[in-house]
Design a protein around this ligand. Structure first.
Ligand code: GLN
Length: 188
């Protein structure tokens, strides 16, 4: 399968490695045209304000929205922020593909970043996964079609709404491919 990875800023190279380790092709994309070759798309973590500025500059907004209206997309950390639909206090207009409201930098500053075990439910199986949280957002509200698939304490940290999967942590930084594998094999 061809997995597109939005490669404007942030942690895209590690996602590409995870995709390749699972035996798929990673297409690092900076142009709308590359999306035509992609079966699925990953929007990585990084700095959401920087990524959205580049999305507008490179005229990627409409192509990303059209892709996510039908095909599978996974957003991690800043990627989840960019996917969110309920406006909240974001300083920019997000892509609006996932019915959640988020709060950016909800755990504090860079120094408050942390690693802790999260509980995930992948295809009905409960697993523990290493959650790497870097200036992570929190999910404040979810729409009625949004399934919580991951928790850290009482916080929901991974969600799915049909073809859209998103998490507030960085699965590409854990030495564990199960979240990428779930996205590639099970999110349709
Ligand atoms: N704090 C970043 C933002 O608001 C997200 C951090 C991340 O992706 N690790 O965009």
């Amino acid at each position: 399968m061809n997995i597109g990875i939005l490669a404007l800023q942030g942690d895209y190279a590690k996602h590409a490695r995870a995709v390749e380790e699972l035996g798929h092709s990673a297409l690092c994309l900076k142009k709308p045209i590359t999306l035509q070759k992609c079966d699925k798309l990953i929007i990585p973590g990084g700095e959401s304000t920087a990524i959205i500025r580049l999305i507008e500059k490179l005229e990627l907004r409409a192509a990303l929205q059209d892709f996510g209206a039908e095909l599978p997309v996974m957003g991690t950390c800043a990627g989840l922020i960019l996917l969110s639909k309920i406006p909240g206090k974001l300083p920019f207009s997000s892509l609006g593909l996932l019915d959640i409201e988020i709060e950016r930098n909800a755990y504090g500053r860079q120094i408050d970043s942390f690693i802790d075990t999260v509980q995930l439910e992948l295809n009905g199986q409960h697993i523990e996964f290493e959650g790497v949280f870097i200036r992570a957002p929190k999910i404040k509200k979810t729409g009625k079609n949004v399934l919580p698939l991951g928790r850290h304490g009482t916080d929901v940290v991974m969600v799915r709404e049909k073809n859209i999967l998103a998490c507030t942590f960085h699965p590409e930084l854990a030495d564990d491919l199960r979240v990428h594998d779930y996205f590639i094999s099970s999110v349709k």
